[in-house]
Design a protein around this ligand. Structure first.
Ligand code: A2P
Length: 343
C-alpha cells in the first residue's frame, strides 16, 4: 500500500452533515492537510468556506478535475460514489467512501479503525467506510468476538435522524415544532400529518419501526447492511444476525441493543473485563446508562447494560451507542485516512 506524507485532501459532499464533520475532525486531529479541496453539487459550487487551511471555494463535483488529490473522502450518496469514485482513483487518489456503493464488493476492504485496520492494506484505490449502525456495534462486539467467536446475534437499532443526512434533522425539528403545539391531539391520535417526503410516517413524537426501505425477505436495506457488514468486518461469514432497524426522534447518536451467543458460554464479568480494555469504547455502569445524547459530539462508542442472557444462558446482552456522524461516519473516514499516511 502506498503511503502519503502531506496529502491534498478532497471532501466530496463537503456541505452535508457528514462532510462538515469530516472537516472539523481533520482539524481536531491535526491531520497534515497540504491542501484542502471541497466538492459538492452545482447548488453549492462557488460558495467560499473558511477552513483552518484557508478559504476554500466549493467545486462542482460534476465538473471538477480530480488530478492532484491524494486522498478523497466521499460522503455524497451512493450514486455519486459509483459514478465519480473510480474516476478519482484513475486520477491517482485513494478514495475513502462513506456510501454503501462498494461495501459488499469483494475487492474493496470494509474497515473499522481499531477493529480491522489490517484489511486496508489490500486496497486497490477504494476503501469502504461501514454503515453507521454497524460501526457502533462493531466497536462493542468485535472484542467479544475475538475472545469467544460470535455464533449468532439479535440486534435492534435505535437510529437518529441525522443518519438520513441534514434533511433528517430538519424534518425532525420541524415536525416536533408543529406536532408539539397540540398535546391533546397527540394523546388522542387525531394529530394532523405534518408532511415531509423523507420518511413515510411522522418521526416527530413517534418511532418508525422500519429504518430504510424494504428489500429482500421483508427486511430493509439498513437491516441487510447489519448482516453483511458484520460478517465482512469480522471476517466471519457464518455469523447468524437477526436485525431490526428502527428510526427514533433523536438528532444524533445511534443506539443498538444486541444479544449474542458465542462458540462457548461467556460470563457478564468476562464481557465487562474485555470491553473495559477495548480501544475506542467506554463501559458505563448500570446507574449511568449511556444515551444517544451522551454520545453526541464524542469519539468513543459508549457501552452499557452488559448482562448475561436469561432464557438461553451463556450469551451476553448489551447496549451500545455512538455518534453516527463521528465514529459512525466522519471520524472513521479520517482514522482510515490516517492509516494511509506515511508517518
Ligand atoms: P449540496 O449541499 O450541494 O446539495 P446530506 O447527506 O447531509 O444531505 O449531504 C449530502 C451531501 O452530498 C451534500 O454535500 C450535497 O451537496 C452532496 N450532493 C448531493 N447531491 C450531489 C450531486 N449531484 N453532486 C455532488 N454532490 C452532491
Amino acid at each position: 500500500m502506498k503511503k502519503i506524507a502531506q496529502p491534498t485532501v478532497g471532501v466530496v459532499g463537503a456541505t452535508g452533515a457528514v462532510g462538515r464533520t469530516i472537516q472539523s475532525i481533520l482539524a481536531e486531529r491535526d491531520f497534515p492537510v497540504e491542501h484542502l479541496r471541497l466538492l459538492a453539487s452545482e447548488r453549492s459550487a462557488g460558495s467560499v468556506v473558511d477552513t483552518p487551511w484557508g478559504s476554500v471555494t466549493i467545486e462542482n463535483l460534476a465538473e471538477a478535475d480530480p488530478a492532484g488529490i491524494d486522498i478523497a473522502i466521499f460522503s455524497a450518496g451512493g450514486g455519486r460514489s459509483r459514478e465519480y469514485a473510480p474516476r478519482f482513483v484513475e486520477a491517482g487518489a485513494a478514495v475513502i467512501d462513506n456510501s454503501s456503493a462498494f461495501r459488499r464488493d469483494p475487492d474493496v476492504p470494509l474497515v473499522v479503525a481499531q477493529v480491522n485496520d489490517e484489511a486496508i492494506e489490500s486496497h486497490k484505490g477504494i476503501i469502504a467506510n461501514p454503515n453507521c449502525t454497524t460501526m457502533a456495534l462493531m466497536m462493542a462486539i468485535a472484542p467479544l468476538h475475538r475472545a469467544a467467536g460470535i455464533d449468532r446475534m439479535v440486534a435492534m437499532s435505535y437510529q437518529a435522524t441525522s443518519g438520513s443526512g441534514q434533511q433528517g434533522m430538519d424534518t425532525l425539528e420541524r415536525q416536533i415544532a408543529e406536532l408539539g403545539t397540540d398535546r391533546d391531539a397527540l394523546q388522542h391520535g387525531v394529530w394532523k400529518d405534518p408532511g415531509g417526503d423523507l420518511y413515510q410516517r411522522p418521526i416527530g413524537y413517534n418511532v418508525l419501526p422500519m429504518a430504510g426501505a424494504i428489500t429482500e425477505a421483508g427486511h430493509t436495506d439498513e437491516e441487510w447492511k447489519l448482516v453483511h457488514e458484520t460478517r465482512k468486518i469480522l471476517d466471519a461469514p457464518n455469523i447468524r444476525v437477526e436485525p431490526t432497524c428502527v428510526r427514533v426522534p433523536t438528532m444524533v447518536g445511534h443506539g443498538i441493543a444486541a444479544t449474542m451467543f458465542f462458540d462457548r458460554p461467556m460470563s457478564g464479568q468476562e464481557a465487562k473485563e474485555i470491553l473495559a480494555d477495548a480501544p475506542g469504547a467506554q463501559v458505563w455502569p448500570d446507574d449511568h446508562v449511556p444515551t444517544p445524547l451522551d454520545s453526541a459530539g464524542i469519539d468513543d462508542v459508549l457501552v452499557g447494560r452488559i448482562r448475561e442472557t436469561i432464557g438461553d444462558p451463556g450469551g451476553i446482552s448489551l447496549w451500545a451507542v455512538g455518534d453516527n456522524l463521528r465514529k459512525g461516519a466522519a471520524l472513521n473516514t479520517v482514522q482510515l485516512a490516517e492509516l494511509l499516511l506515511d508517518r
